[in-house]
Design a protein around this ligand. Sequence first.
Ligand SMILES: [Zn+2]
Length: 331
Amino acid sequence: MLVSNGGAVRLVLNSGETLFLDATFRCRSGIAGVSHGHSDHLRKHSTQTIATNQTALLFPSYFNNPGLEYGQQLKIGDALVSLHDAGHVLGSAQFRIEEDDNVVVYTGDMKASPSFLFGGAEQPECDTLVIDSTFGSPEYSFPPASDVAESIKSWVSTHSDSNVVFGAYPLGKTQELVSILNGIGVQPIISRRASHFSHVCDWSGLRQEFLESGTPEAELSRAHACVEIVSPSLLQRSAAITRSENGKRTLTALATGWAGSPLASGCDRAFPLSGHSDFSELLEYAASSGAKRVLTVHGFDRELAAHLRKRGINARPLHLAGGAQARISDW
Ligand SMILES: [Zn+2]
C-alpha cells in the first residue's frame, strides 16, 4: 500500500485502485471516502463513494448508495475496508483498511472520549495510524462533556427571563445542545437545515425536541424569552433580531472547542463543547492503537508528531510526503 497527501489522504491499494479519503476536491476516478458531513470533508464526488449510512441520510443529494453500517466490510481487490465510529458527529467514521496483513486506520475528525450524545470513538488496532491533529497542541485541554453540559444547563436556567442565542455548527454541536437543553425542559429554536440533521438524529434513536425556525410554533414562542441556536456566523445578527422581537435582554454564547480563542470574543459566554479529542486524548489514542507508525494530518500536525516522538512513537506529519507516494512500510 502506498500513501501520499495532497487535497486528500491518498492510499494506493495493491490492485492499483486509489482511495481518496476526505478529498477537498471532487473525485472523478478511484474511490472516495467521506469520514463525515462537515463541509471541509464533504464533496459531491462523481465516483464510488464510501461513507456511513447515517452520513448518506444526512446528505441524500451527495450519495447515490445507502452507505455502510459500522463494522461492515467492503472488499476492494485484496483489501478489506470498514468504517468505525469516530464519536465526532452523527455518522462520523474512521476508515480501517486491511491489505497483506497490514492494517491502516485513518481517524478523520475524532473524539475518543464520550460527548453528550455519543459514547466516544471506537479504537481499532492498527499497524499505521493516520490521525487528525486539529487540537494536537498542549494548550488544548477540554473538560469532560458532562461537566460542560451541566454548566450550560445552569447558565440557561439562571437566565430564564432572558433570550439566549447560541452559536453552534448545524451538524454536531446543535444536536448536542438540543439534547442538553431538553434535559432542563427547553425546546430551542433551530434552523431548517439543523432541523433536518436533528430529525436524522431522532430516527437514529437520539431524541431531539426542538422548534424549527419559520414554523408558526417557533414564531409564537418568540413572544416570550426563548432559546435559539444559530450558525456562529449569524450569532450577533440573530441576537439583535430576537431582541427586537420581544424586547427582552438577549444573551449570546458560543459552543466550540475553540472557546478560548478570539472567536469567542463579543459573546456573553463561551462553552468548550468540543467534538474533537484534546491534546492528551490524541496522545493516549495514538499510544493505545498499537501502531508502529503514526502519520499526523491537519491542524497541529508537526506539534503532535513531535510530542509522540518524545514518547518513543515513530510519528511524522503526512504533509511532508506532499504529492509523492511512499510505501507505507517505509515511513
Ligand atoms: Zn468535523
